[in-house]
Design a protein around this ligand. Structure first.
Ligand SMILES: C[S@@+](CC[C@H](N)C(=O)[O-])C[C@H]1O[C@@H](n2cnc3c(N)ncnc32)[C@H](O)[C@@H]1O
Length: 355
């Protein structure tokens, strides 16, 4: 298409512009992140009249050439305005600099997903996390968590915690009505939920079930917090069908756990969990479902995060539609007793019993 062939209608012109935004999205991403991390956005924040090139050079120590290409990229990407050779932060630039969710997502994409993203098509064709090879020969990201490079590890946990942390205080009163004496936290990760449980209720004892490497981290955190006597651990790989789930829990909790597995795996995991339940055990499943979101931005983040599961995590899971998980719940011989939407940022809590 030449310039003279460009579409005349407004909608077609805007679609062709959007297409170019996608074509250059990886480059625009690096422009945004470098403007943020080199301190350009920080220098411009709170300065309604902006700064010129010389002032920005002094505060960022970038060359005039480097600043020019970054700033010009930032202007066309909508993060900056240029007026009389001064650069002013736009609302978009402000959010890239200050919005915590944008920061967490951008760090996660950069440190965890970006390099491996090159292998997206291979991952889709093979059903394996083909991008994970950039971090070593791992079968899933979960067995690699404890040994990821420092930046990837930091950004992975920041991403994980950012979304779960907001939901935990809101779900505790639901999980503890009535209060369980014993609670199993499946996929307990760093022990945050377990720690909040023992702080919330003085009588509960928690057992974290996780892969051995991550379980060691969780138990060390529990000891540091002074709860080593009430938070115990059970190492388990839920992908090994020969390993039974221990019995004895009044409540079983899994948060952002089922999204780490394919639908057939979810059914086998829930079936084994069901075998460990009695008629009075309550199973709580907390997750973020893209069909239960109030805001388009949440659905956008969830559907895009699915590709992280494809390329980096395990090659076969995703951020599910709620009905997908409800079908697995039913297939595993469980019944849904209660559901609560819009907890935390965008979570849904299912409470299930043995059928
Ligand atoms: C996405 S994180 C969720 C962590 C935490 N529950 C939360 O809500 O923030 C998934 C957790 O499941 C664990 N996990 C993943 N695959 C597993 C497996 N095959 N067996 C046991 N645990 C596993 C991971 O180690 C990690 O702690």
């Amino acid at each position: 298409m030449t310039q003279s062939d460009l579409p005349k209608s407004k909608t077609a012109a805007s679609a062709i512009f959007e297409a170019q935004r996608l074509a250059f999205a990886p480059i625009a991403f690096h422009v945004a992140r470098t403007l943020r991390d080199s301190g350009v956005l920080t220098a411009l924040a709170g300065k309604p009249k902006g700064l010129d090139l010389t002032a920005l050079q002094q505060s960022t120590k970038l060359s005039r050439y480097a600043l020019r290409v970054l700033l010009e990229g930032g202007v066309v990407a909508g993060m900056l305005h240029e007026k009389a050779e001064r650069y002013i932060l736009s609302k978009l630039g402000f959010f890239v600099e200050r919005d915590p969710m944008t920061r967490v997502n951008m760090d996660f994409v950069h440190d965890v997903c970006y390099q491996g993203g090159f292998y997206t098509e291979e991952a889709l064709r093979t059903g394996t996390p083909a991008g994970l090879k950039v971090f070593g020969p791992h079968k899933t990201v979960y067995e690699a968590l404890a040994t990821l490079p420092p930046a990837a590890k930091k950004s992975w946990f920041a991403f994980d915690h950012y979304y779960s942390d907001t939901a935990f205080p809101e779900v505790l009163p639901l999980v503890f009505a009535p209060p369980p004496r014993t609670l199993f936290d499946i996929g307990g990760n760093t022990g945050r939920f377990a720690t909040q449980c023992v702080q919330f209720d003085a009588n509960v004892e928690v057992t974290i079930l996780d892969l051995p490497g991550q379980l060691n981290v969780a138990l060390a955190n529990a000891r540091t917090a002074g709860f080593g006597h009430r938070i115990k651990g059970h190492p388990i790989d839920f992908l090994d069908p020969a390993l039974p789930v221990p019995q004895g829990a009044d409540a079983i909790w899994m948060s952002q756990f089922l999204c780490c597995f394919s639908e057939p795996e979810v059914v086998t995991i829930l079936t084994r969990v069901r075998e460990a339940m009695t008629a009075s055990t309550r199973l709580f499943i907390l997750d973020t479902y893209w069909d239960r979101q109030k805001h388009d931005v949440a659905r956008y983040c969830l559907n895009m995060s699915s590709l992280y599961f494809t390329v980096m995590a395990n090659g076969n899971s995703r951020m599910y539609h709620s009905q997908d998980v409800l079908d697995c719940v039913k297939a595993a011989g469980l019944t849904l007793e209660q559901e609560t939407d819009h907890l935390g940022m965008s979570h849904t809590l299912f409470c299930c019993r043995k059928r």
